[in-house]
Write a new protein. Structure first.
Length: 247
């Protein structure tokens, strides 16, 4: 089957210049779980031609309820390997760079030596999330970050706002404390929901690095967070495309 016209429906909406702009864009996605995995898939289906994917984890049976890459056939496989195959199956011409590792500050600096049009932060561990945001902002990269999708059930409350405007979000609250100490108070968008987290959905965990609690999740919330994140990136890139042609 020919893939020559696979972006035809997209082109009807955004034009040939928009399709070409997305094809030449390079997005870094950190975290391929419920939010980041859906972000990656939407960007690939929109025709983004270059992605750098970062995740150290393998798929576990507990991921089946919400992560698009989690299937019975992918349990135990590295998320980066699964998404390599999945995104190539959508667009064989997509260019993918994979980092199957838990990134810490020094490694983040090395990775960010690359050229990226956008960074999508879907990390749920506090320390690497903090350092990724800090270094991305300091280097002048465009960045959007996901706050917590766990413990919430009302998609109509999800929104995008500057980090300083987020509220009723435990992850954002802890992140804010760390970033304020580093001199960052605002300046990048976040996907968040002000819906109050159901406290009965929270459990304490001891076997994960940089993470003391985890929350129950419903199938659709992380995916909608990912859709919001991907849509923001796509629309901002297309806005840049329009500006470049106007110049």
């Amino acid at each position: 089957m020919s893939l020559e016209n696979w972006t035809e429906r997209t082109e009807l909406l955004i034009g040939s210049n928009g399709v070409e702009y997305l094809k030449n864009s390079h997005i870094l996605i950190a975290g391929l779980g419920g939010v980041g995995g859906f972000t990656a898939e939407i960007l690939a289906r929109a025709g983004v031609g270059n992605m750098t994917l970062i995740d150290a984890d393998t798929f576990h049976s507990t991921n089946l309820n919400r992560q698009i890459g989690a299937l019975n056939s992918t349990i135990g496989q590295h998320k980066t390997d699964v998404f390599l195959n999945r995104l190539k199956d959508i667009n064989p011409n997509i260019n993918l760079n994979l980092f199957t590792e838990f990134i810490v500050d020094e490694r983040i600096n090395e990775i960010l030596e690359g050229k990226f049009d956008y960074i999508a932060d879907a990390i749920d561990s506090l320390a690497p999330k903090t350092y990724l945001i800090l270094n991305s902002v300091n280097r002048g990269f465009k960045l959007i970050s996901s706050m917590g999708a766990g413990g919430k059930m009302q998609p109509e409350q999800i929104r995008i706002a500057d980090f300083s405007k987020s509220y009723n979000d435990g992850l954002a609250r802890m992140l804010r404390k760390r970033l304020h100490k580093l001199g960052i108070y605002s300046g990048f968008p976040v996907v968040f929901s002000p819906e109050k987290t159901n406290p009965e959905s929270l459990i304490h965990i001891d076997n994960e690095r940089n993470k003391k609690t985890t929350a129950g999740t419903i199938s659709y919330m992380p995916m909608i967070f990912g859709a919001y994140m991907a849509s923001y990136i796509i629309r901002d890139l297309l806005n840049n495309c329009k500006l470049s042609f106007e110049d």
